[in-house]
Design a protein around this ligand. Structure first.
Ligand SMILES: C[S@@+](CC[C@H](N)C(=O)[O-])C[C@H]1O[C@@H](n2cnc3c(N)ncnc32)[C@H](O)[C@@H]1O
Length: 247
């Protein structure tokens, strides 16, 4: 039984994955066809993640076991790791460059940063996270999955302004759009892009964000629905191009 307060993926705003159809994890839930459902879910994941599958599966298993025990994710997340967290994180990948660098702000338990690093081995992925305990976990996961393209940076995103620039900045369940613009845009090189996983109500955050985006000379946000596999609900992705000085 976990006695630590859990502080990871369960604590965020309405998650981008919505209720509706069955998730991939539900394919393996109790019932007469347990084994065939589990096999179908695994086959679907294998087809979707391809060469990254072994690493992604190891990460999902570690999250569900010691990740839960250590309070990185909540107990209720264990049965929905794949549908609510892994596929949700993977949904951002098609919008990222396949080489270059990505900074994931507020990686927490490694979502989406670790999934991105596993799926895009030619991209340098910086996981920016202020909490020591979570950074320790991120380092352990990076080692366990043999992700040579991961660098864990402990601190708040804004502490790294001026320290480096990346091609894309991701974040999931970290802050409102205006705050993400403030802390994320200065980390981008001049034609870089914020590629954010947001909740379905992100439209409400756009008016406040526009003021910040205008001030920082960034482009308009594009809100899109990103699909992964048919049984998992689409995810909301917000793309914002950096155009100005962003400082
Ligand atoms: C709710 S958790 C989400 C974690 C993970 N992205 C996920 O989707 O499960 C928010 C994370 O953002 C981190 N965080 C908060 N403010 C931050 C900042 N200014 N810069 C970087 N990380 C921040 C917190 O420490 C926490 O790990």
């Amino acid at each position: 039984m976990n006695s630590q307060p859990h502080d990871g993926a369960q604590a965020f705003e309405a998650p981008p994955v919505q209720d509706g159809g069955p998730g991939a994890d539900e394919l393996s839930s109790e019932g007469p066809d347990d084994v065939s459902r589990e096999t179908a879910a695994r086959d679907a994941a294998l087809a979707y993640f391809g060469q990254a599958f072994a690493k992604v599966e190891l990460f999902a298993n570690r999250l569900a076991s010691d990740g839960e025990e250590r309070g990185l994710i909540g107990p209720r997340e264990v049965d929905r790791i794949w549908s609510r967290h892994i596929y949700n994180s993977a949904a951002v990948v098609p919008y990222l460059p396949t080489t270059g660098s990505v900074a994931d702000l507020g990686s927490g338990a490694g979502l989406p940063g670790i999934v991105i690093a596993a799926m895009l081995p030619s991209v340098q992925v910086m996981l920016i996270e202020p909490m020591e305990r979570r950074c320790t976990w991120l380092g352990e996961m990076s080692d366990a999955l043999e992700l040579s393209n991961v660098e864990v940076k402990r601190g708040r995103a804004e502490e790294f302004h001026g320290a480096f620039e990346v091609d894309a900045v991701t974040a999931r369940a970290v802050a409102s759009l205006d705050k993400l613009a403030r802390i994320g845009l200065p980390l981008l090189r001049e034609d870089g892009e914020l590629v954010l996983l947001k909740g379905r109500n992100v439209e409400r955050e756009v008016p406040a964000a526009r003021k910040v985006l205008r001030r920082l000379g960034a482009g308009d946000p594009t809100i899109l629905r990103a699909a992964t596999i048919p049984v998992v609900e689409d995810t909301v992705v917000v793309r914002v191009p950096r155009r100005g000085s962003a400082r």
